[in-house]
Design a protein around this ligand. Structure first.
Ligand SMILES: Nc1ncnc2c1ncn2[C@@H]1O[C@H](COP(=O)(O)OP(=O)(O)OP(=O)(O)O)[C@@H](O)[C@H]1O
Ligand SMILES: [Mg+2]
Length: 246
């Protein structure tokens, strides 16, 4: 049985006169892995940031388990906790070590006990391959790929219902990209619901249930990886893909 987690209806976001998102609708089922592709400036980041309300939408609805989170009185703190976010730039707490990075939100926001939070942090760090020898390291002592895996473990540690990734590998040296994609692929296989903005087309093809192609603030085309990558219907999808899949 499918279960709808998120229902985005006619979402709009403008910055002044710049209409960045123009009527985007998307339904996300539990366990779905959705990749979002598209040119620079097409609105991919703004879309993710609007979903978890890092940006305030200028129109439309976001239903989380059927309830409109934009309605007055909705518990936004809980909603935000339920959507883990991983950024291109890691955004780790530089003054905290690896383990503390994965603990802090659990004890402060979720009010978990120190021992419970520590156990959960360790489990998630192990899951992403950041094993015990790294736990006392500070972010600056880690490679980009390691930092990103800590960021993923940190996000997982608050038990999100869905994870949003905004180009998690595009700031990495090429040799680090694989380890992060492998981690994400393993997560996808656990049934985690994931929305991933990416330029890694091979990865998107491999892990996604659905691929969304965004162009100029709209979903220009969507479908299975096979439909989008092997048989795109829209001219603009074809043009975009030609630049990547030579
Ligand atoms: N905080 C902001 N204030 C004003 N304009 C913004 C803001 N954030 C994004 N924009 C504008 O929104 C448009 C879409 O930007 P967005 O970052 O969502 O694109 P993107 O598809 O993620 O691109 P990229 O692939 O380069 O990351 C751009 O024209 C950008 O200048
Ligand atoms: Mg972006």
């Amino acid at each position: 049985m499918t279960q709808t987690i998120l229902e985005i209806k006619h979402l709009k976001k403008s910055f002044g006169a710049n209409h960045v998102l123009k009527d985007i609708s998307l339904t996300v089922q539990k366990g779905e892995v959705i990749s979002i592709i598209g040119s620079s400036g097409s609105g991919k980041s703004t879309f993710l940031r609007s979903i978890n309300l890092l940006e305030e939408p200028t129109g439309g609805e976001i239903l989380f388990h059927g309830q409109n989170v934009l309605e007055k009185g909705y518990d936004l703190t809980t909603y935000r906790e339920k959507l883990g976010m991983v950024f291109q730039s890691f955004n780790l707490f530089e003054n905290l070590n690896v383990l503390e990075n994965a603990i802090v939100a659990q004890t402060t926001v979720l009010k978990r006990s120190r021992s419970e939070a520590e156990a959960i942090a360790k489990e998630n760090l192990n899951k992403v391959g950041m094993t015990e020898q790294y736990w006392t390291a500070k972010p600056k002592q880690l490679s980009g790929g390691q930092k990103q895996r800590v960021a993923i473990a940190r996000a997982l540690s608050v038990n999100p219902e869905a994870m949003l990734f905004d180009e998690p590998t595009s700031a990495l040296d090429p040799e680090m990209v694989g380890e992060v994609l492998k981690t994400m692929k393993a997560l996808a296989e656990t049934g985690l619901t994931m929305l991933i903005v990416t330029h890694e087309m091979e990865f998107a093809k491999e892990v996604s249930d659905r691929v969304i192609f965004m162009d100029q603030g709209v979903i220009a085309e969507q479908g299975t990886p096979q439909e989008i990558f092997e048989n795109p219907k829209e001219e603009r999808t074809k043009t975009f893909l030609q630049r990547f899949l030579k």
